[in-house]
Design a protein around this ligand. Structure first.
Ligand code: ADP
Length: 429
């Protein structure tokens, strides 16, 4: 089974659109690598380049240790399944699955055996003599998968194969894909925009935004220890709190994250303290998932944000509170603006539009020593706004709208990012 290595690969479409920007990534033998990102970020382009359906503009693709940039698709030993796995309507399920083997002139006995085995694994054994038109969407996708994988390719590429199915069917088929590709040991690259699908399926996830690799790691690595603010936000099931803070070190006694109306201290003994101290006098972005915040009593002696509950939201298994705390929040930093069009001038080193907006809001931004933050102006649009903290209240609505509350902060879970969204304390990979 094949190892896939992308080395500094870029794709520029005719017309100059830069769809993939210097991407380096690998999928090991037998690994299930998920490419995750919003629509239009370049996932399919990447998959199609690996399949040989799209030319690589620059960089190298290695398949099974051999340079594959110019290899014809049929010589790559790759099978692909798309969103709408198109089937031959006039052939039965058996005829569809067996087709690639018939073309390869495999002995009829072997064909029969493999199709039977695979159809059982895919739970479509009873449909073998039916035509695709009589099957459900889920069954059709199973047949498409069976047809792709029946000739035991070295590499299995799947482009959003579940996105046209209903939620129940998606969950069921997701588990089956997972056990099927693992039992076959075939290297699989799977494209999705669904973070739950990625977290539940993958051995490793590569997160992409606007053609740029944001992070790659196991599901627990990228979820708990994300390399970028984009990754943290994209993998959050509820909206991630991204808070603007100024780093201070009063008399060098500890690190202080100054959120304006509230502060959190970080002792020098904290493993992140040295990395954060490099930003004394600068603004940073602090990421906090709603479940790292919680209602706490007066007696709680850990870090707290004080605020007023603006609204409570029922999510079935939990309540979320929107709390006005006066802390300025930011939207997810995008990669530098330029570069989306090949040939544009290079982006400013520290993140184009985000820096410009933040400079306006924090006039002291840059290497100046410990500037005092200005009072926050309200922003219309842009990347910076005064928004509510989203707090996970738990399974009971212990707060009421309008109530003044104490929000406990799990300071060990703070995620610390520079203004362009990179992690300040390096993630473990
Ligand atoms: P995703 O699979 O993540 O939704 P795609 O790889 O399909 O994203 O597309 C990435 C970007 O490249 C998008 O902006 C898309 O409009 C553009 N793109 C895709 N195919 C072409 C093409 N043939 N010509 C020009 N631009 C394209």
């Amino acid at each position: 089974m094949s190892t896939v290595v992308l080395d500094n690969v870029s794709k520029v479409y005719p017309g100059g659109h830069l769809a993939i920007d210097r991407m380096s990534l690998r999928a090991d033998k037998g690994e299930l690598l998920v490419l995750l990102g919003p629509s239009g970020c370049g996932k399919s382009t990447l998959l199609r380049m690996i399949a040989g359906l799209e030319e690589i503009t620059s960089g190298d693709l290695w398949l099974g240790g051999a340079l594959a940039n110019d290899l014809a698709p049929r010589d790559r030993d790759v099978a692909m399944v798309f969103q709408n796995g198109a089937l031959y309507p006039h052939r039965t399920v058996r005829g569809n699955i067996s087709f690639p083997l018939e073309v390869a002139k495999v002995a009829p006995e072997t064909v029969r055996e493999r199709v039977t085995q695979l159809s059982k694994a895919l739970h479509i054994g009873e449909t073998l003599e039916r035509r695709p038109g009589t099957l459900s969407g889920g069954q059709r996708q199973r047949v498409a998968m069976g047809r792709a994988i029946v000739r035991q390719p070295s590499l299995f590429l799947m482009d959003e194969p579940l996105s046209n199915l209903d939620a129940g069917m998606r969950t069921e088929l997701r588990m089956e894909i997972s056990s099927l590709v693992r039992s076959l040991g075939v290297t699989t690259i799977y494209v999705t925009h669904d973070q739950v699908e990625a977290l539940t399926l993958a051995d490793r996830i590569a997160i992409i935004n606007r053609g740029v690799l944001q992070d790659a790691g196991t599901p627990t690595q990228v979820y708990n220890d994300p390399a970028t603010a984009f990754t943290a936000a994209f993998l959050s099931s509820q909206q991630l709190n991204l808070l603007a803070a100024t780093v201070r070190a009063p008399q060098n006694r500890f690190i202080l994250l100054d959120f304006g109306p509230h502060q959190i201290t970080i002792p020098w003994s904290d493993p992140r303290a040295y990395a954060i101290s490099q930003y004394v006098g600068h603004q940073i972005i602090v990421g906090l998932r709603p479940d790292y915040l919680a209602p706490v009593p007066e007696t709680f002696d850990g870090p707290v944000f004080l605020g007023r509950v603006r609204a409570l939201e029922y999510h079935g298994h939990e309540w979320l509170a929107h709390v006005e705390s006066g802390i300025p929040t930011v939207t997810v930093p995008e990669p530098p603006d330029s570069g989306r069009h090949a040939g544009d001038p290079a982006a400013p080193a520290s993140g184009g539009r985000v820096m410009t907006t933040l400079r306006r809001l924090f006039p002291g931004i840059g290497p100046a020593p410990d500037p005092e933050p200005e009072p926050e102006p309200e922003q219309a649009g842009g990347t910076h706004r005064r928004a509510d903290l989203i707090v996970r209240v738990g399974s009971r609505p212990v707060w009421r709208a309008g109530e003044r509350v104490r929000v406990g902060v799990d300071a060990g879970r703070l995620m610390l990012f520079t203004l362009d969204g990179s992690r300040i304390d390096p993630p473990q990979r």
